[in-house]
Design a protein around this ligand. Structure first.
Ligand code: PEP
Ligand code: MN
Length: 340
């Protein structure tokens, strides 16, 4: 449920409604918009709904509406203004298209520093790279762990690019928080609820990848875990889902990006590398993502993809990344206007 306060509602009236919501067994979540205040009513199945509905006649309340979806805090119905997530000065969800680039895995200091310099020169705004890698086979390269984090930090300090890297488990969280500017929840972990609960309490923005078999609703509910636990700085990432087709690594759900933007106020980026698994398709998939409304893209780039320890076939080399960037719009608004 959402309580819409009237434009002239006083602080006392708002506080009274917040108190009553708590007394009814729910948690109130205050959103102070430019024009009016709205209060999300969340939590606890055993809260007394009908008593909250009676608040419709309380002073300062304009309306109470039931939300049609199971999520509340991520809902555009609750917060019509789109969220902009600030990652150390880089704003995701604003008018500028944000390109995040870097290798799948941090493999060495040289590999990462070279890549960081190259992607920065081509216009990337954030550096990606995995230090803890979720690999399908236990025999594959598992990442450099904390050494990888230190290398990421060094590259960030040299280039000024903030760093996003995956946190696979609660046991790695302190280390990742120490070194990274944004924490990635990998696709395989989207429904790791103890991890999401913990990430809700860390002072870092989260990049929440969609699980390969997750519905849009499950994805947005995973984001709801983060917001309801206290972390409003969440960027969603569509990275391809599993379908019957085996030609592509995954299937890029572009309409799902548009739908998620219709339902929710969080920014969304698209990962064309994992979504396609093929280097040749990454530039076209990136342009399509921006055309359908993505706020950014996250792309794998490697100095020598044929030598990559993970995801070489989908990684762009430096000239390939530069060529892709040359053909990308820099503003999400210009692209949306051109395709309207
Ligand atoms: C990655 O970003 O390298 C990665 C492992 O992504 P995903 O979780 O989407 O598979
Ligand atoms: Mn990868």
């Amino acid at each position: 449920m959402i309580v819409n306060m009237s434009a002239g509602a006083t602080k006392e009236q708002i506080n009274h409604v917040m108190e009553r919501i708590k007394e009814c067994g729910f948690l109130p979540h205050l959103i102070e918009g430019a024009e009016r205040t709205v209060i999300g009513v969340v939590g606890k199945n055993r809260g007394r709904r009908s008593e909250v509905e009676s608040l419709r006649v309380a002073p300062g309340v304009e309306d109470i509406i039931s939300i049609s979806q199971p999520f509340t805090l991520v809902s555009l119905e609750l917060q019509p203004e789109r969220t902009v997530v600030n990652v150390k000065g880089v704003r995701i969800g604003g008018p500028d298209l944000v390109v995040i680039a870097g290798p799948c895995s941090v493999e060495s200091r040289d590999q990462l520093l070279q890549t960081a310099r190259a992607v920065k020169a081509s216009g990337a705004k954030l550096l990606r790279g995995g230090a803890y890698k979720p690999r399908t086979s236990p025999y594959d390269f598992q990442g450099l762990g904390e050494e990888g984090l230190r290398i990421l930090r060094e590259a960030s300090e040299e280039t000024g690019l903030p760093v996003v890297t995956e946190v696979m488990g609660i046991e790695d969280l302190d280390a990742v928080v120490e070194y990274a500017d944004m924490l990635q929840v990998g696709a395989r972990n989207m429904q790791n609820y103890p991890l999401l609960r913990k990430l809700a309490t860390v002072p870092r923005p989260i990049l929440l990848k969609r699980g390969p078999s997750a519905t849009i609703k499950e994805w947005l509910l995973a984001a709801e875990y983060l917001l309801s636990g206290g972390n409003p700085n969440v960027v969603l990432c569509e990275r391809g889902i599993k379908t019957f087709d085996s030609e592509l690594r995954n299937t890029l759900d572009l309409a799902g990006v548009a739908l998620a933007k219709e339902l929710c106020h969080l920014p969304i980026v698209v990962d064309p590398s994992h979504a396609t698994g093929r280097r040749s398709l990454v530039p076209a998939a990136s342009r399509a993502a921006v055309a359908i409304g993505a706020d950014g893209i996250i792309v794998e780039v490697h100095p020598c993809p044929e030598r990559a320890l993970s995801d070489g076939p989908q990684s762009l080399d430096f000239p390939g990344f530069q060529a892709m960037m040359d053909a990308m719009p820099t503003s999400t608004i210009a692209m949306a206007a051109a395709t309207r």
